[in-house]
Design a protein around this ligand. Sequence first.
Ligand SMILES: NC(=O)c1ccc[n+]([C@@H]2O[C@H](COP(=O)([O-])OP(=O)(O)OC[C@H]3O[C@@H](n4cnc5c(N)ncnc54)[C@H](O)[C@@H]3O)[C@@H](O)[C@H]2O)c1
Length: 276
Amino acid sequence: MTYHAQFDLTGKVALVTGGAGLLGPEHAAALAHAGAIAVVTDVNGAAAEDVAVRLGKEFGADRVVALPMDVTDSGSIARTRESLLKRFGRVDILVNNAAIDPKVKADSLVETSRFEHFPLEQWDFQIRVGLTGALLCSQAFGGWMAANGGGVILNIASDLSVFAPDQRIYRKDGLPEDRQPVKPVTYSIIKTGLVGLTRYLATYWADKKVRVNALSPGGVYVNQPESFVQKLTNLIPLGRMARRDEYRGTVQFLCSEASSYMTGQNIVVDGGRSVW
Ligand SMILES: NC(=O)c1ccc[n+]([C@@H]2O[C@H](COP(=O)([O-])OP(=O)(O)OC[C@H]3O[C@@H](n4cnc5c(N)ncnc54)[C@H](O)[C@@H]3O)[C@@H](O)[C@H]2O)c1
């Protein structure tokens, strides 16, 4: 196998959950670029459709498919699986990407994000999307792979799977201590839990040739306030936040034969933040 052939995903069917947000289209583009048929799924079906139309122009309309899918709804997942199997007869790659990423805003989240007041309904909701959703999709699509010769699951975690949020970067001048915004507890729990799911499934399905790894990205720059960016980039050896397209190579690596001897790992791509 030549060097580039190891990354070739031609003929593979690759499904991305939460595919219509910031990073989902990047994962889908990475997979399509490597030759796969990228299936962009999202609870927002119209937004998934828009992504598929946009990526279809780049990679070919027959290479990017959109389907509505709510990762918290096993009926919705089953319908997607049925539709994919009917159309392509296979599913080779699952990227568990859907999550609720609560943005830290002083004006809206301050009452709810602090640990002492964190609402149980937010805990339930965010865990249901970010963690239970990955479980249900792994059961449905990973289960099919395990029964049909193997495949790849990639769980999109976060740098917060390997360290605690540095709440100092979210502080706002002029607010009392008990009203300072923080990154909510759910995010750390969900992302750390995804790494646990990664290890569990990697060993559980190793003999079925389903490889399971996690990718832990650092924060992507999307015009956040300058003061926040300054505080965050001071913590990053490479001195900047990520571009949205900077995870494509790792997605191609982890979803292809290039990583054939790797399973159960959490690959941290964070500009070096976690080693400082
Ligand atoms: N953006 C970053 O800087 C960053 C950094 C580290 C990790 N991550 C992780 O990367 C992943 C993608 O992040 P993003 O920035 O693109 O988030 P995003 O909020 O832009 O997109 C998330 C998508 O998930 C969808 N979604 C929400 N609930 C769903 C459900 N029940 N079923 C199906 N889809 C649902 C949303 O409609 C949205 O399109 C997440 O797991 C996030 O935690 C992002």
